[in-house]
Design a protein around this ligand. Structure first.
Ligand code: NAD
Ligand code: TYD
Length: 350
């Protein structure tokens, strides 16, 4: 069936994998990739599909309500998959306003535009909001986040995502807007901007730079390979129930320090270094303010109701990821030039 889908944030890390999957898998769909190309957006991520006949890039900012309305008036949009966001917790601590603008106001602008353009005729329409497990707050030593876990966001980033989730559900409840929402754990994989733990540390190991581990390093995250997230988004978009939330995760918890040691071991092997060489770069630094101790997703619902599960193990995913970074130095050089240097100096000055 022909459909026109608006994917926001498609030039970013996860969005580019979602765009690629949809463009290749659904030749009958017209895929519109809307992105403002902030520091995190990079059209180099989509070089392989940029000339596909069912793909169009639109440079636009979701904080610009009039511009977003115009796009909805120009195209006959059947579905929205909304990923555009400010996504880095450390940046949200330094500049929360950008997160409020893009994540909260930007999402509201998209909701308003969809509501106005669909005019209550919601047949065949769907608004998919991509969110994070961080909205649930921080776990103790045990337990998992379920779809029913109360929201308890702790950082400006997670607070802004939580607010956007609430608006999506409120538009569903109040105006009948058909939506689905997913909360996913930490992603890793190719095209991940090297400000987040895994790509930052791969890049630093390669360049023999210190590996800045926050606090005691015993913070825990649940890691999922980005292509598996994109596969889940495809599945939820097509088979999820309206008004439902699905948690997505890999049942793959790692303490930061254990993950960093694994990365060091793998990088020593791949770079032909003596075992133990890269681990010497580990450097404990001042903790992130308000640092959430542990995230862990219970992904039973999406598995039992929709049949989704991860397709690669963590070992496989990490190997693909490290190899990708080692083979794409040019991509890294481009994204780490210019503003990245001043961000890095400010963030890791101490
Ligand atoms: P990212 O930072 O790599 O990419 C974000 C993209 O959004 C970029 O291309 C950027 O240019 C674009 N963007 C930012 N502000 C915009 C604006 N005002 N208008 C239009 N485009 C704008 O982020 P990501 O890691 O790919 O995350 C994508 C989504 O998935 C986000 O909503 C994030 O909250 C969510 N999420 C991320 C993770 C993760 O581990 N990275 C986990 C769960 C959920
Ligand atoms: P990050 O990749 O920023 O994702 P999030 O904060 O959204 O989970 O960080 C993952 C974990 O790694 C988190 O506990 C913070 C920690 N971390 C460091 O120890 N050092 C760093 O330089 C970064 C960026 C993160």
């Amino acid at each position: 069936m022909k459909k026109t889908l608006l994917i926001t944030g498609g030039a970013g890390f996860i969005g580019s994998h979602v765009v690629r999957l949809f463009v290749n898998k659904y030749p009958d769909y017209q895929i519109l990739n809307l992105d403002a190309l902030t520091y995190a957006g990079n059209l180099e991520n989509l070089k392989d599909i940029e000339n596909a006949p069912n793909y169009t890039f639109i440079k636009a900012d979701i904080t610009d309500a009039a511009g977003i309305n115009k796009i909805f008036n120009t195209y006959n949009i059947d579905g929205v998959i909304h990923l555009a966001a400010e996504s880095h917790v450390d940046r949200s601590i330094t500049d929360p306003n950008a997160f409020i603008q893009t994540n909260v106001m930007g999402t509201a602008n998209l909701l308003n535009a969809a509501k106005e353009s669909w005019k209550g005729n919601f047949e065949g329409k769907r608004f998919y909001h991509v969110s994070t497990d961080e909205v649930y707050g921080s776990l103790g030593e045990t337990g998992f986040f379920l779809e029913t876990t109360p929201y308890d966001p702790q950082s400006p980033y997670s607070a802004s995502k939580a607010a956007s989730d609430h608006f999506v559900r409120a538009y569903g409840n109040t105006y009948g807007l058909p939506f689905v929402l997913t909360n996913c754990s930490n992603n890793y994989g190719p095209n991940h901007f090297p400000e987040k733990l895994i790509p930052l540390f791969i890049n630093n190991i390669r360049n023999n730079k210190p590996l800045p581990v926050y606090g005691d390093g015993k913070y825990t995250r649940d890691w999922l390979y980005v292509v598996d997230h994109a596969r889940a988004i495809d599945m939820v978009f097509h088979t999820g129930k309206n008004g439902e939330t699905y948690n997505i995760g890999g049942f793959n918890e790692w303490q930061n320090i254990e993950l960093v040691k694994l990365l060091c071991t793998k990088m020593d092997e791949k770079l032909g270094r003596e075992p133990g060489t890269s681990a010497q770069l580990i450097s404990y630094i001042k903790d992130r303010p308000g640092h959430d101790r542990r995230y862990a997703i219970d992904a039973t619902k999406i598995k039992t109701e929709l049949g989704w599960e991860p397709s690669v193990t963590f070992e496989q995913g990490l190997d693909i990821t490290i190899d990708w970074y080692l083979n794409n130095q040019e991509w890294l050089d481009h994204v780490t030039s210019g503003n990245y240097q001043s961000y890095y100096q400010k963030q890791y000055a101490h």
